[in-house]
Design a protein around this ligand. Structure first.
Ligand SMILES: Cc1cc2nc3c(=O)[nH]c(=O)nc-3n(C[C@H](O)[C@H](O)[C@H](O)COP(=O)(O)OP(=O)(O)OC[C@H]3O[C@@H](n4cnc5c(N)ncnc54)[C@H](O)[C@@H]3O)c2cc1C
Length: 293
């Protein structure tokens, strides 16, 4: 199908992009286009103006900022950039796992992490991984810049707390402390498909080997990407023993509220949340203990 007519703008700066968004309330940002353009072709989205951010310089980066203590990801960093990054593979293996499982090479070549975060599809992998990693986003709008924890970003399906004139300029993830490990597990019907269920889990161990911090994000387990906070809290200040991991996985399942659709019935999806949480936590633990499982 052919999209409805729209006006196209290609700003050369973040400020110019925000001006365009402010002046056109129903305008949409165009990043990789791999979520927006299919919706426009189906006429499920009919933005009168597209603000293409691809010509804004200096938005495609993935770098650690030691002063901030965070990994900084620019709005134009694409899925493929994570897959190919030694920094991500070695220090942020949960993000590396997640990137490699997204769609197919065509999607990974163009799609951006920030676009996936802004799109707020509960079936997208990045939001769950970033919830597990306790990430935050930087939004720039006509009222200036604000930082929003990812756990406060998702309001409803395909809806974030960003205002219509805000551009998501950066996503940040805390730099790993010693004894940190993370893993992303995804169950898909076939290669290249969206997740039936996905789970991003991260563990930080203290010097005695107990869990000092846990992060667990769930993909396609509810009407938004969610954080399994009960499971996270249960793990803290305990040894990462199999029984504790099993109980955390059960608590993650309790937090899930999936829908019955062509990816499976509710009971099956809830069981998959439990199993994938268990697997993600086990691999996160092995990585925190120094292995690269
Ligand atoms: C065949 C296919 C398979 C796919 N499989 C998967 C999968 O397995 N897992 C998965 O997670 N995803 C999957 N995707 C989605 C893909 O990852 C998209 O690239 C991603 O969801 C959106 O990123 P984008 O850069 O393409 O965003 P766009 O499509 O350009 O934009 C998406 C939305 O976010 C807004 N937006 C984009 N950037 C910004 C910004 N910087 N600030 C504010 N708003 C912004 C846009 O206005 C739009 O509303 C698939 C897509 C396709 C077509």
């Amino acid at each position: 199908m052919i999209p409805a007519a729209f006006r196209y703008a290609a700003p050369r700066s973040v400020a110019e992009a925000v001006d365009l968004l402010r002046g056109n309330e129903d305008a949409k940002v165009l990043a990789g286009g791999h979520s927006l353009l299919p919706l426009m072709k189906l006429r499920l989205a009919n933005p009168p103006v597209l603000v293409d951010i691809n010509r804004i310089p200096d938005l495609n980066y993935i770098r650690e900022d030691a002063q901030l203590g965070q990994l900084r990801i620019g709005a134009l960093a694409r899925h493929i950039d994570f897959e190919r990054s030694d920094l991500i593979r070695q220090r942020y293996p949960m993000l590396w796992d997640a990137a490699r499982g997204i769609g197919d090479p065509l999607v990974r070549n163009r799609g951006t992490l920030a676009g996936a975060v802004a799109h707020a599809d509960p079936a997208a992998d990045w939001p769950a991984a970033l919830l597990g990693a306790d990430g935050e986003v930087v939004a720039f709008g006509s009222k200036g810049e604000r930082v929003i924890p990812i756990r406060e970003l998702y309001v409803a399906i395909l809806t974030t707390s960003l205002t219509s004139d805000e551009l998501l300029t950066e996503v940040r993830v805390p730099m790993p402390q010693a004894r940190t490990g993370g893993a992303y597990e995804k169950l898909e019907r076939k290669v290249g498909d969206y997740a039936v269920i996905g789970v991003g889990a991260q563990l930080v161990l203290d010097a005695s080997g107990d869990v000092a911090h846990a992060g667990i994000g769930l993909c396609n387990a509810a009407s938004t990407s969610i954080k399994a906070t009960g499971a996270e809290a249960f793990l803290v200040a305990k040894p990462p023993a199999p029984d504790n991991i099993n109980e955390a996985a059960r608590l993650a399942m309790e937090a899930a509220d999936p829908v019955d659709d062509d990816r499976g019935p509710i009971d099956y999806k809830r069981a998959m949340v439990r199993e994938l949480t268990r697997r993600a936590l086990r691999r996160a633990l092995a990585r925190a203990q120094g292995g690269m499982a």
